[in-house]
Design a binder for this molecule. Structure first.
Ligand code: PFF
Length: 449
């Protein structure tokens, strides 16, 4: 008997855990602020509705029907055309690549958690705090230690299995994350920067909304729901047959979006309250925020809470990718869970070491467009592997997979759901793949808008 979640809540918490990650807490607030605030949020919601959500439902249908790992799923659903297992292999490699460098970034959050716990920021000059980030990434030993610690946590969660490990961890991580996020958001609303922060995040400024913002919104809808990396297919393979797919999918997409918006409403007011700039890139989290925490009342506690939040978000996402790899070894190679988890953690850990050394010992190695190893891997995964994988999943469920299977999974038993199935089927055949293709061709410069 395949292991299953204990019920709907267990599944939702795990899937939301996978979806809510650094993408929500760091990236979404920042790209929203830069792309016209509320105007961007609107476009993003449309992108989730027509691109992210249908593909999420497709992944759930594939995983739940096959009850297999990500490669086995495609073999089981279309046994006569082994070619389609390519999608599974692609998803599996994306999971491996992303996890290898994500572990490094997640390791930084652990280092900053430790710094905030020991009060390393208090009483320091802003320049000294900003410089801490540089010295962290340039310190090879510290980098490897952080990666080791983070991967050890992932191992501990996944080795326990679906119900006793992953679900149990998410039952702590997710509510913890929601509570901390709300506390920070409530605090943020009491600061002087509250109004400026809300405006920066939500006031619609259509003049800042460009074609590339639309592309950014579509791309992000994909990354933020953990699509095309095998996570949702694998998690759905532990789902019971009697759970209707579309209501859970909507809940997951809504929760993911809410967390992203509330994260912005928590971060920007705090930044504006001391008259700082929202800044760009990783600097916002690792340079600007610690400086703010050093100056505001209760900053010490807020810093600890904030980095726990980041660590929880990163951990629950990383767990989902480690499970993709572990499930593959268990289902395809017949390993037992213990052996599969240890082996996969070790493999990802070793593969992550070059990323951990990207800015120190291996700093001279530039792979793509003059970028270091970690940035290059992120670039390849986000811009190439994810869109191609997502488009293939849309094409597969829309055109290759037996329509009866899709119908049985999406529309369940009820007449009521048939309409939902038709809308979904239309979107997955005609809208999602075309939208993803356009993003992809534009990103690689073949279409010039
Ligand atoms: N949905 C995640 C996020 O928004 O951060 C994407 C992700 C990244 C999932 C890394 C899993 C992971 F290991």
């Amino acid at each position: 008997m395949r292991n299953h979640w204990s019920g709907r809540l267990g599944f939702i918490l795990a899937a939301v855990g996978s979806a809510v990650g650094l993408g929500n807490i760091w990236k979404f607030p920042f790209i929203t602020g830069m792309n016209g605030g509320g105007a961007f949020v609107l476009v993003y919601l449309v992108a989730i509705l027509f691109c992210g959500l249908p593909i999420l439902m497709a992944e759930f249908a594939i995983g739940r029907h096959s009850q297999q790992d990500v490669v086995g799923s495609f073999r089981k659903l279309t046994p006569k055309t082994p070619f389609w297992q390519v999608i599974g292999w692609l998803n599996l490699s994306v999971a491996f690549v992303i996890l290898s460098y994500y572990g490094v970034v997640a390791g930084w959050t652990l280092d900053y958690l430790l710094k905030s716990l020991t009060g390393a920021f208090s009483g320091q000059e802003p320049e000294a705090i900003a410089a801490m980030f540089g010295s962290l990434v340039k310190d090879p030993i510290r980098q490897v230690c952080c990666l080791t610690a983070f991967m050890a946590f992932c191992l501990l969660a996944v080795i326990g299995g679906v119900k006793e490990g992953i679900e149990r961890w998410n039952r702590i991580l997710m509510p913890g994350l929601f509570v901390i996020l709300l506390l920070l958001a409530v605090y943020a609303m009491t600061t002087d920067g509250a109004w400026a922060g809300i405006q920066f995040m939500l006031a619609p400024d259509f003049s800042k909304l460009t074609v590339s913002s639309v592309l950014e919104a579509m791309g992000h809808s994909f990354f933020t729901l953990s699509l095309a990396m095998g996570a949702m297919i694998t998690y759905a393979s532990y789902m019971d047959k009697n759970e209707p797919i579309w209501p859970v999918s909507i809940r997951i997409a809504v929760l993911d979006t809410l967390v992203a918006i509330v994260a912005g409403l928590a971060i920007f007011p705090i930044v504006f309250s001391v008259g700082m700039e929202p800044g760009a890139g990783p600097g916002l989290i690792f340079k600007t925020l610690p400086q703010v925490f050093a100056t505001i009342p209760l900053g010490h506690i807020l810093a600890v809470l904030f980095f726990i939040l980041m660590a929880f978000a990163a951990l629950s996402s990383a767990i989902s990718l480690l499970e993709v790899l572990t499930a593959f070894m268990i289902d395809e190679r017949r390993y037992d869970r213990k052996k599969a988890t240890v082996l996969m953690t070790l493999a990802v850990y070793i593969a992550g070491i070059p990323s951990a050394l990207s800015y120190s010992v291996l700093g001279k190695i530039k792979l793509i467009n003059g970028m270091e190893i970690l940035d290059s891997l992120d670039y390849i995964a986000s811009n190439f592997m994810l869109p191609i994988g997502g488009m293939l999943i849309a094409i597969y469920t829309g055109y290759v997979l037996d329509k009866r299977i899709a119908k049985a999974e999406i529309s369940e038993d009820g007449q009521n759901y048939l309409k939902i199935f038709s809308i979904w089927y239309f979107t997955i055949r005609y809208i999602a793949p075309v939208a993803v293709l356009v993003i992809f061709l534009t990103k690689v410069g073949i279409i010039k808008l």
